[in-house]
Ligand binder design. Structure first.
Ligand SMILES: [Ca+2]
Ligand SMILES: [Ca+2]
Length: 179
């Protein structure tokens, strides 16, 4: 432990030059494999969710939460559209009525999602089942690895002002060997 601390103190310049060293290995490897792809993702996130060409930890958290909310809403929308009596609980009969108005591929998708969402198989979707279905769709769409890649942007704050600029991203990733 003491040796580790001494090593850290002895190599500040090196630590500064390699933001990847501070990241979980699987994230660092993914960035090192395609630095250009990581830079494109980071710059898009900065433009989309940052301010004045820079982004901070709060804005990255918000971007991840917005992504998750989008996929949760998308997953439950077909069931809300099936809730014909508006009691908040889509039933098998209601979903079947909705399914009959759809194209074959959309019908297949709706019924497959229905089977997955009605986890106790009782023919109705409780709010808890709807929420669980929404959460699992969000988890599939935004994986822990995707989240890790977005949060990895924070490691590229070379001037330490807690805001990461597109220039900080580009100068670090341009210096990496391109895969
Ligand atoms: Ca159920
Ligand atoms: Ca900065």
């Amino acid at each position: 432990m003491r040796l580790f601390l001494l090593l850290l103190l002895a190599t500040p310049a090196m630590a500064q030059e390699t933001p990847l060293a501070t990241l979980p290995p699987e994230i660092a490897e993914r960035i090192a494999a395609r630095p250009d792809r990581f830079a494109d993702m980071a710059v898009d996130l900065i433009h989309g969710h940052g301010q004045g060409g820079a982004i901070d930890a709060t804005a990255i958290d918000r971007a991840i939460a917005l992504d998750r909310a989008f996929f949760r809403a998308r997953a439950i929308r077909p069931f809300l559209e099936s809730d014909l009596d508006a009691d908040g609980i889509p039933t098998a009969a209601e979903v079947t009525a909705r399914a009959a108005t759809l194209s074959a591929p959309a019908r297949t998708r709706l019924m497959r999602d229905w089977d997955a969402a009605d986890s106790d198989g009782d023919g109705s979707l409780t709010p808890a089942e709807l929420r669980a279905h929404a959460e699992s769709a969000a988890a599939r769409a935004v994986s822990p690895e995707d989240e890790g890649m977005m949060r990895a942007i924070l490691a590229f704050d070379s001037d330490g002002d807690a805001r990461i600029t597109t220039a900080e991203i580009r100068s670090a990733t341009d210096a990496m060997p391109q895969g």
